[in-house]
Design a protein around this ligand. Structure first.
Ligand SMILES: Nc1ncnc2c1ncn2[C@@H]1O[C@H](COP(=O)(O)OP(=O)(O)OP(=O)(O)O)[C@@H](O)[C@H]1O
Ligand SMILES: [Mg+2]
Length: 379
């Protein structure tokens, strides 16, 4: 097809550049009253739209009537056009076609160049953003509606009933706390995302941090009648990280474990050294694990693995892949949480270039593991 480009005076370098562009580019020509045909399609265009040879009718490659109409219109009027369309297949894709008139060719036929831009990822991101906003608003609206309801009751029916008043004020305080937590978690998630591309460089003593978090959680564990047993294996102490963020990781995992462990039960925290990425990923129990995050590349030569194991009800397989999604809660479990805890864990660990694994089965408790790049030993 390159003769066509040569006719336009495109030298070998220009032809090569056009050929290698990642976006599909198609040169279309059409004489008066003729159906537009493809004069040239670069490699991406040939692959994506299965263009086999020059001279094929444009409709064979771009089958959508609205696209053909726009391009025929641009040919006829010599005015630029732009049209968005969707291709269906195993995976639907969203495209935007930009048609730009190019003047006449040697035979007096009109020509134009069509550049296609794949907007699938942008659409997906947009959809996720919209879903997130809808979810967040819904989560905030529920406690807010309940607060408004109780205010109304306190003003009217419960006005002169001290018993009811105390009870309602108690619920209102709970709802307000819940809203405040939700907003805090949302803010902290967005703060983590803001610098997620910059790996932390501090040194964090993980064993010490685990101890501090467990100490701070004592009121909760006492209230729940659950104990925490920590075991630090030799060599599993320091990692490269951001201490405040790692505190959030430990807090979220231990908080869940304590929440789901029945009275009298034990939450086990284990810190283990792992000499390689493979070792860090290795399951702690057979056949019930799922990786929720793994590092793009093994930048670190050694890791420290933090495992939090509970004696709770466990989680059915089908829920595992969605646990770290924002607002995802296993149905039937009224945890009273915001559903943001594990999303925060995942983003912090991602920033640390580490990994996140869940191992759980119904009736068998759960183990949540996080592995983080170990601090290299001093030279
Ligand atoms: N240790 C666990 N045992 C059983 N189910 C769990 C455990 N940890 C998490 N889950 C399930 O995963 C869901 C998401 O957990 P996540 O920590 O993200 O949210 P949450 O605990 O509901 O809210 P938050 O952590 O914001 O208070 C929980 O609602 C629960 O259904
Ligand atoms: Mg939680």
């Amino acid at each position: 097809m390159s003769e066509v480009l040569a006719k336009h005076g495109a030298g070998p370098a220009a032809q090569l550049i056009l050929e290698l562009l990642p976006e599909p580019v198609i040169l279309v020509r059409g004489g008066e009253g003729e159906t537009p045909e493809i004069a040239y399609g670069n490699q991406a265009a040939r692959e994506v739209f299965r263009i086999e040879l020059a001279g094929a009718p444009l409709g064979a490659a771009l089958r959508r009537p609205e696209v053909l109409e726009a391009i025929e219109g641009a040919l006829a009027t010599s005015a630029p056009a732009e049209v968005a369309f969707e291709t269906i297949g195993v995976q639907p894709r969203f495209w935007r076609a930009f048609a730009r008139p190019l003047g006449l060719d040697g035979d007096g036929a009109r020509q134009l160049v069509v550049v296609l831009r794949d907007e699938t990822d942008a659409r997906r991101t947009e959809r996720m953003r919209a879903d997130f906003l809808a979810n967040a608003s819904h989560e905030l609206r529920t406690p807010l509606a309940s607060l408004a309801g109780f205010v109304e009751t306190l003003r009217t029916h419960a006005k002169d009933d001290p018993g009811a008043r105390d009870k309602f004020l108690g619920i209102m305080a709970q709802q307000a706390t819940r809203m405040a937590r939700l907003v805090d978690d949302l803010l902290s998630l967005s703060r983590i995302e803001l610098n997620e591309h910059i790996a932390p460089s501090g040194k964090v003593d993980l064993a010490r941090t685990v101890q501090d978090v467990s100490d701070a959680m004592r009121p909760l564990t006492e209230e729940r009648g659950v104990s925490i047993a920590t075991n630090v294996e030799p060599g599993a102490t320091s990692v490269v990280g951001d201490r405040d963020q790692l505190v959030q990781v430990i807090q979220n995992l231990v908080d869940n474990a304590v929440k789901y462990t029945p009275r009298g039960g034990v939450v086990r925290i284990l810190l283990q050294p792992a000499p390689s990425l493979e070792a860090a990923r290795a399951p702690s129990r057979p056949g019930v694990g799922l990786s929720l995050l793994s590092p793009d590349s093994a930048e670190a030569s050694a890791y420290v693995v933090l495992r939090v194991t509970d004696e709770g009800p466990g989680i059915a397989r089908q829920h595992l892949p969605r646990l770290s999604e924002r607002f995802y809660r296993v149905e039937g479990q009224r945890s009273g949480g915001t559903g943001l805890g594990l999303a925060i864990v995942k983003h912090v660990v991602n920033r640390h270039r580490g990994g996140f694994v869940v191992e759980s089965a119904e009736g068998e408790g759960s183990t949540f593991s996080v592995y983080l790049p170990a601090l290299p030993p001093p030279a």
